[in-house]
Write a protein that binds this ligand. Structure first.
Ligand code: HEM
Length: 270
């Protein structure tokens, strides 16, 4: 499984493609509840939220994941405890697709309370150019998603944290200055989100899943081709994309790392 989406794109994109049901969620975490439960207990409004009428959709989402008894827990959270992924229920009310329930234990600089009840347009407002370039297409995809079809996409960024739970950017970015150029291989990470969408046929909503993969920069040096592909993406990233992701904050460190590993700078990446 490739978690190197920069090899495909260094700009914002929808990038959704169909996958088989057998490849829906990627697994590989022994006990997701051990990570999620303490966050749920300590930071409930950052990692969890539900609108009252969302329970039928939550139950249908949980059933898709094979979870049918919930104890005292909201069904979507009961289901989220069994998988590594975060789970977002998106339902159409008053003509707009909105987040109606969310379990968000690995946020990349956002919180459950910020997005609960918000429409796709409101959520993506901060993303440079999103509503002009992508919103209409995204709404068409949510409207037309056939039951049984599962779509996936990946996005990527660079962060100086190995923690999946990063609701706020400021405390992470405040520590960039502490990183010595020689330590970049261990101190910077590619942060990849693998996301999927699929229809809930009975209640009509969409289940959106988010799985975060964090990999230290050192892994980029596993082959010259891999490093070259990253260097190309980093140096050719679309300006709006790079600015939105704060790449300028990491520019000196990343360049130092690339040069130290033989990727000298050239404008065309050759
Ligand atoms: C398949 C449907 C979706 C697509 C194609 C999509 C696409 C995107 C894109 C292109 C970005 C810019 C960042 C990047 O690409 O790295 C973004 C950011 C984001 N998306 Fe989505 N998105 C989708 C659904 C959702 C849903 C359902 C949520 C609800 C939680 C969501 C929450 C966000 C947030 C919070 C951001 C960051 C916004 C900010 O900076 O404040 N997205 N999305």
């Amino acid at each position: 499984m490739s978690h190197r989406p920069w090899e495909e794109s260094a700009d914002f994109s929808i990038g959704l493609s169909p996958i088989d049901e057998a490849r829906w969620l990627e697994g590989c975490e022994a006990d997701p509840a051990a990570r999620k439960d303490p966050l749920h207990a300590e930071h409930a409004d950052l990692v969890w939220g539900e609108m009252q009428p969302s329970r039928p959709g939550q139950r249908e989402a949980a059933a898709l994941l094979g979870v049918s008894s919930f104890g005292d827990l909201p069904p979507l959270y009961a289901a989220a405890r069994t998988v590594a992924d975060d789970l977002v229920l998106v339902e159409k009310t008053d003509g707009l697709w909105r987040v109606s329930a969310i379990s968000l234990s690995a946020p990349t600089f956002f919180t459950a309370r910020e997005v609960l009840g918000k429409s796709l347009a409101e959520i993506h407002g901060p993303v440079t150019g999103f509503n002009d370039r992508f919103l209409a297409r995204l709404v068409r995809i949510f409207d037309g998603l056939r039951p049984g079809l599962i779509l996936q996409r990946r996005n990527w960024s660079v962060v100086n944290s190995d923690q999946p739970f990063t609701p706020f950017s400021a405390p992470v970015r405040a520590r960039i200055g502490e990183i010595a150029p020689g330590d970049v291989g261990q101190a910077l990470f590619t942060r990849v989100e693998r996301q999927t969408v699929r229809r809930l046929p009975d209640t009509g909503g969409v289940l959106f899943t988010i799985r975060v993969w964090l990999t230290p920069f050192q892994a980029l040096t596993e082959s010259p081709e891999r490093l070259a592909a990253f260097a190309r993406a980093w140096r050719s990233a679309a300006p709006g994309f790079a600015a939105y992701k704060g790449f300028h904050l990491y520019a000196e460190l990343v360049e130092a790392f690339l040069r130290a590993h033989g990727e000298s700078h050239s404008v065309n990446g050759a």
